[in-house]
Design a protein around this ligand. Structure first.
Ligand code: MTE
Length: 322
């Protein structure tokens, strides 16, 4: 696995207030940041149960259909993808998420899909397994300016939404992660976030064929650290839009207020499309570091998916992204 020091998408005012808190508790010594530790027509497939992070995993995993994405970029290893994670419900320390999430119970599980729909439906794990599973090799670009190439397994969100029959008034989709205050230590450690983790998409973004509900990667079921049993993947948007471990999906008329918009309205907006021209207040977005590589790469508009998605935003001022 690539060794990278942890960093975080935590807004600065929250970071600073936590610093003050830790200082007052005598946990921060001098400039030494203890906070450093806190600191996108195949045949039907079935997924094998995921191994619990095999450290000796073969770097060229034979369970993906290709070793490269459509741009020729090599896939990240299973080890990279499952050991360098952002999942604040467990911890803000990317390296420690896998350990803390190991064995997290994901069965039984339900995803309630409702709101402005004709046919509200609760999907069980078995229901999720009935969807035709496809492999989608996508780049994932985090707003912190690192990226990976991941062979996701899953099905288009549009197929799930078709089953619930959206009403014409539905304009947005709101997603919610499990809010398990007992089983996930992040709720106690970071009480300043307005939990649960909430994300959202405009209806046309949600219905786009690239938008995936992922239930696996590298031919195996998702591990908890990657958002088991089912998470969103929207490859042309910054990674924080790809909400993990979904329990609720609602179709609504108003643009939902998202966890990150609540935490730092001056830093995070609703759309968050990957855009090398628009810097985040704290991270320049022109280049990125591909996990496992030295040096930096140019960041691509819409993370390289402009041909597929740019039309969704025609007429919009793309300089207002956060
Ligand atoms: N979903 C939840 N519920 N909690 C999180 O902290 N982090 C987001 C996103 N989804 C996050 C989440 C961020 S910032 C990123 S970059 C991706 O998940 C990381 O996904 P990965 O850990 O599978 O690479």
């Amino acid at each position: 696995m690539s060794k990278i020091s942890p960093s975080e998408i935590t807004p600065e005012h929250i970071y600073l207030s936590r610093r003050e808190l830790l200082k007052s508790m005598g946990i921060l010594t001098g400039g030494a940041a203890l906070l450093a530790a806190c600191n996108g027509n195949p045949p039907p497939m079935t997924l094998e149960p995921g191994p619990q992070g095999d450290p000796a995993a073969d770097p060229v995993d034979p369970s993906a259909s290709s070793n490269v994405d459509e741009l020729g970029d090599p896939l990240n290893t299973f080890d990279d993808i499952t050991n360098y994670n952002n999942y604040y419900e467990f911890t803000t320390d990317k390296i420690d998420v896998a350990r803390l999430a190991e064995g997290y119970p994901i069965s039984p599980w339900e995803i309630q899909v409702g709101g402005l729909v004709h046919n509200p439906t609760t999907f069980s794990l078995d229901d999720l397994r009935k969807f035709e599973i496809e492999e989608r090799i996508y780049r994932m670009r985090c707003v912190e300016a690192w990226s990976m190439v991941i062979p996701w397994m899953g099905f288009p969100l549009s197929k799930m939404l078709a089953q619930v029959e959206p009403k014409a008034e539905a304009k947005y989709v709101r997603f919610e992660t499990i809010h398990d205050t007992k089983g996930m230590p992040g709720f106690t450690k970071y009480p300043f976030y307005q939990w649960p983790y909430v994300e959202g998409l405009r209806m046309d973004e949600a219905m786009h064929d690239l938008t995936l509900i992922s239930t696996g990667l590298y031919g195996k079921e998702l591990l908890p650290q990657n958002g088991a049993p089912a998470r969103l993947v929207v490859p042309w948007k910054y990674g924080f839009k790809s909400i993990k471990s979904i329990v609720k999906i609602d179709l609504v008329t108003e643009m939902p207020i998202l966890l990150w918009m609540n935490a730092a309205p001056n830093e995070y907006g609703f759309y968050a499309n990957v855009n090398p021209e628009v810097d985040h207040p704290r991270w320049s977005q022109g280049t990125e570091r591909r996990i496992g590589e030295l040096g930096r790469r140019e960041t691509l508009m819409f993370n390289g998916y402009a041909d597929e998605v740019a039309h969704l935003y025609s007429g919009m001022d793309l300089s207002i992204n956060f």
